[in-house]
Unconditional design. Structure first.
Length: 395
């Protein structure tokens, strides 16, 4: 990162602590959101749609997030997103009807898009290229740790005040994240190259121009990254459904998913280190190949231990790809117009996050869960092929 004379722990805390706290708020929210929708009279199907609207809001907010970050800067954008998130969490807890809940959830998704893009944009500029993958994979790992801890923190809130307690925990985590942002200013960014978009001697880059100039990258490498995101998100749907399919109860299913997530969480820093040392392809292709293989063999798992093994392999493939999509976007982002480009990049790749579970549902409904798992395997292998072709060998 840029030269900074403060103690290293302060610089690291300023960069990563807000991201971890924000992820805790998201983790606290997710388990109780369906219950909130059901409590307002929504059917099971409508409650599922309400949860999915988080991803819809995130996709819809990607381009405006890029424009906002480019206009006001990363730190102010994150503070704005934090305030909007806290307000949306209050709106979610107090929503009197399902339509009001929908508005609050969409706002949560859009605010999350601003927060995530601003954090990625800052690290893209602050981290030296030789450390970029490690910086971004660590950001992804901190986010996963927050999502892992969030439900436990939220459970403490629900024990005291019911579902509203979980939203209160989420709001407190967001407020704490903003407080850290204000208390620990981040290391300064390095100056832009002369003549680069956004430099003092250059005209401001417009979102339309950035998208036009990088349309080929978005349509090739971006689509391959979309497939990565879809395959990774589908894993969170396929594995619990298969556990239920073979007769495991909720406790056993939670343990299987937890073991898979634990393996995933352990690999974020090694993944970044390999990408920095040996290139992005060294992680991109093997990770998606392994993730695809895990989905291909999952329909053969008929016992607790065999499904645990499949879950471990899924966690291995997913963990190997920690920070991959953010790193590819950072590598492709032009200096001085990184926020605008990353907004377009996240619009493309986050579409995969929203589409993955829908693909699983469509295939499972049409031809059964085994074929749905096979479809995710094919998607992961297509991602591996696309990344192998379109990922630059040199940054």
């Amino acid at each position: 990162m840029a030269r900074d004379h403060r103690p290293p722990w302060r610089a690291l805390a300023a960069v990563y602590a807000p991201a971890g706290l924000y992820s805790v708020s998201q983790g606290a929210l997710l388990p109780v959101l369906p219950f909130t929708a059901r409590g307002l009279g929504a059917s099971v199907a409508v409650a599922a749609v309400v949860v999915a609207l988080l991803g819809v809001g995130q996709v819809a907010g990607a381009l405006p997030a890029g424009a906002l970050v480019a206009r006001v800067g990363e730190r102010r954008a994150m503070l704005t997103a934090g305030a909007a998130t806290a307000a949306a969490l209050a709106g979610t807890a107090l929503a009197p009807t399902v339509p009001a809940l929908v508005v609050a959830v969409l706002l949560l998704g859009a605010a999350g898009a601003v927060w995530g893009l601003a954090r990625q944009s800052y690290l893209t500029a602050a981290a030296p290229p030789r450390l970029r993958a490690r910086a971004l994979s660590t950001l992804g790992g901190v986010g996963r740790a927050g999502l892992f801890a969030g439900p436990f923190a939220g459970a403490g809130g629900t024990a005291v005040a019911g579902p509203a307690g979980a939203y209160a925990v989420g709001a407190l985590a967001v407020v704490a994240a903003c407080a850290v942002l204000l208390a620990l200013p981040e290391p300064p960014l390095p100056p832009l190259p002369p003549g680069a978009a956004g430099a003092p001697d250059a005209r401001p880059a417009t979102l339309r121009a950035v998208v036009r100039d990088h349309a080929r990258v978005l349509a090739t490498l971006g689509v391959a990254a979309l497939c990565v995101q879809a395959a990774r998100q589908s894993r969170q749907t396929v594995l619990p459904l298969w556990c239920e399919h073979i007769g495991l109860d909720a406790t056993a299913t939670s343990l299987v998913v937890g073991v898979s997530g634990g393996v995933d969480l352990l690999l974020f820093y090694p993944a970044g280190s390999v990408m920095d040392r040996f290139g992005r392809v060294a992680v991109a292709v093997p990770s998606m190949t392994v993730l695809g293989a895990a989905h291909a063999v999952l329909p053969l798992a008929g016992s607790t231990w065999s499904v645990v093994l499949a879950g471990v392999v899924m966690g291995l493939g997913n963990g190997m790809s920690a920070g991959l999509v953010m790193t590819l976007g950072a590598d492709a982002a032009p200096p001085g117009a990184r926020a605008q480009f990353l907004g377009a990049w996240r619009l493309v790749t986050d579409a995969g996050v929203a589409a993955g579970p829908l693909l699983v549902g469509a295939l499972a409904g049409a031809a059964g869960l085994a074929l749905a798992s096979g479809g995710v395997a094919a998607l992961a292998w297509a991602a591996a092929a696309g990344l192998g072709v379109f990922t630059p060998r040199r940054r």
